[in-house]
Design a binder for this molecule. Structure first.
Ligand code: ACO
Length: 431
């Protein structure tokens, strides 16, 4: 628990109040206003939480001005280059890089939980075939609490641990099943000899009639997508998981809530929206028309895959993702694809355009991830489910941190009420 490093003074009318200031390991100082309402009878107003720290956390740190992202202190570029997703999962969950023995034990535990309860196959069959895989995932992940209720006691550390492993192990299986179901193919069971990312690719692309041999470059690219999306501070979906969990709800239900939040086009849904936008633009000569629309205040259109609430320099994940995109496209011999040409030209124009430069709108991670996923053979509807399965570890790590925080309370924001003041009811005959 942080202790105040100095005191700020707030003067309101003729009274002055002490507001403790807390200093983080990195980032701006934080005003502790927890006692403000009790002392001064005022709330603070911060729609969209642009200036509000909602919790203490030790997991992820972003410096938006420097374009820096750290998982437990380690720069994302180093992890993307030298680590792999399951090691990053261990790091995010337990706070330190594992020893070789710890890593092996963790990998064994995750690998031995990749299958889902056979009854879940029937549960899937209740969905319409044409359901969006995100809709299916929200439902199936939420339903995990019905299938795995022996690990839903949030006050039991062992239950929390088992749920975390189950979540990380089973979510790729669930995402792959959602995909297979949507295209009318049989589910493919996980294969434990494969890596986490190769296993996911195989569950998506193998069929009983023909196995799928995973190319190591695609395996590495998928692993990187997972690592780069693994956690991202108190973003909308993570805050949703924490808020849902603050009431004591079980982790599967909380993560289903996070998946629902992630689905929106301003958040995880942006990778699907971005590729659809690139296709809608269609040819390079139409780019100026779309740039003009993005700048027009009266047009709700935004350039998908551009801009970020926190990154105001560049998104470090986008840099790594761009390298991966080049590797994958080279491997697959995709050079003259029209969508890719539009993406490259759009990026070039937007980076030079004063509107985007002044507003610090840079390509974000979603701008490039969709290009890679499309090249791998995924339909756009699978882009956000892949984001969700990658983020599962971040959500569960943040949920665990929240549950074990002694200062934790149910999340319950207040409001600036601007509706009618108290008034008397009039019967309908008198209105
Ligand atoms: N295209 C055009 N203009 C934009 C864009 C964009 N993509 N993003 C922001 N702007 C403009 C806004 O119109 C606003 O202009 P104004 O100051 O003249 O009113 C200004 O830039 C600031 O934008 P805000 O919406 O206030 O910034 P906020 O931090 O709330 O939004 C967000 C960030 C939601 C990511 C936004 O940039 C956006 O909608 N981007 C497109 C969707 C997207 O790619 N989302 C993925 C985010 S990354 C992730 O979830 C993994």
């Amino acid at each position: 628990m942080s202790t105040p490093t100095r005191i700020a003074k707030l003067t309101l009318d003729d009274k002055t109040y002490d507001v403790p200031v807390m200093s983080p390991t990195a980032g701006p100082d934080v005003l502790d206003i927890r006692k403000l309402y009790a002392q001064a009878d005022v709330f603070t107003f911060d729609p969209g939480f642009t200036s509000t720290a909602s919790c203490e956390s030790t997991i992820t740190y972003i410096d938006g001005d420097k374009g820096e992202l750290l998982y437990r202190g380690y720069p994302i570029e180093q992890l993307a280059e030298q680590s792999h997703h399951l090691e990053v999962c261990y790091l995010l969950l337990y706070g330190e890089l594992p020893t070789a023995a710890q890593l092996q034990d963790f990998e064994n535990r995750v690998t031995r939980h990749t299958m889902v309860h056979e009854q879940m196959h029937n549960f899937f069959r209740g969905f319409r075939r044409d359901a969006h895989p995100m809709a299916t995932m929200v439902g199936v992940v939420g339903a995990m609490s019905a299938f795995y209720h022996d690990s839903t006691d949030v006050n039991d550390p062992w239950h929390r641990e088992v749920s975390a492993i189950r979540m990380i192990a089973k979510i790729p299986t669930i995402a792959a099943m959602a995909y297979k179901y949507s295209i009318g193919q049989p589910f493919v069971y996980p294969k434990n000899e494969l890596s986490y990312s190769a296993n996911f690719l195989r569950m998506c692309f193998a069929v009983p009639a023909e196995d799928y041999v995973v190319n190591p470059i695609l395996e590495k690219a998928m692993d990187r997508i997972m690592m780069l999306h693994a956690d991202h501070e108190q973003n909308a979906s993570t805050s949703t998981v924490r808020l849902a969990g603050s009431s004591g709800a079980n982790p599967f239900a909380c993560i289903a809530a996070g998946i629902a939040c992630l689905w929106g086009p301003a958040h995880g849904g942006a990778n699907q929206a971005c590729l659809e936008m690139l296709r809608e633009i269609g040819t390079v000569d139409r780019i100026p028309e779309f740039i003009a629309r993005a700048k027009d205040k009266n047009d709700p259109f935004r350039l998908m895959g551009f801009g970020h609430r926190v990154y105001k320099n560049f998104d470090p994940r986008a840099k790594v993702m761009k390298e991966s995109a080049d590797e994958v496209l080279n491997l697959l011999g995709i050079h003259d694809n029209e969508t890719l040409k539009v993406a490259k030209e759009l990026e070039r124009i937007a980076l030079e355009d004063p509107y985007f430069v002044e507003k610090k709108l840079y390509p974000n991670v979603d701008f490039y991830s969709g290009i890679i996923l499309e090249a791998m053979g995924f339909p756009t509807s699978m882009f956000t489910p892949i984001f969700a399965l990658s983020r599962a570890v971040g959500w569960i790590a943040q949920w665990k941190e929240m549950i074990s925080d002694p200062a934790g309370k149910i999340g319950r924001p207040r409001q600036l009420y601007i509706g009618a003041a108290a008034r008397d009811y009039t019967p309908v005959s008198a209105r």
